[in-house]
Design a protein around this ligand. Structure first.
Ligand SMILES: [Zn+2]
Length: 104
């Protein structure tokens, strides 16, 4: 999910939660139409929250789906070795391993 999509989901979540809490913290217990609006808002909040927690992250890495993307990924002038992914954490580990192998 792109950063932009995540921001949009977060805004949806906040708007839905605000609506829900406005109704829930009202002087009187919600009934009828108000109760339906409450259920609808909470459902939207749940959907938005789920889409924030699901799916592969930017890195496409199973171990670090929420990690940083390697800034060198896709760099034409300084390409990453073949087989390396977008995950900065995994690539750093590979870099360290490569350096250690060179020292040995
Ligand atoms: Zn990784």
């Amino acid at each position: 999910m792109s950063q932009l999509t995540r921001m949009r989901e977060l805004r949806d979540l906040q708007a839905a939660l605000r609506t829900a809490s406005d109704i829930a913290f009202d002087q009187e217990a919600p009934a009828g139409e108000q109760a339906e609006v409450l259920v609808d808002a909470l459902r939207r909040a749940l959907t938005a929250a789920q889409s924030l927690s699901e799916g592969p992250g930017e890195t496409g890495c199973r171990e670090h789906p929420r990690g940083a993307v390697d800034p060198l990924y896709g760099d034409k002038d300084d390409p990453l070795p073949p087989g390396w992914g977008r995950c900065l954490l995994c690539n750093d580990r590979r870099r360290r391993a490569t350096r250690a192998a060179r020292r040995a």
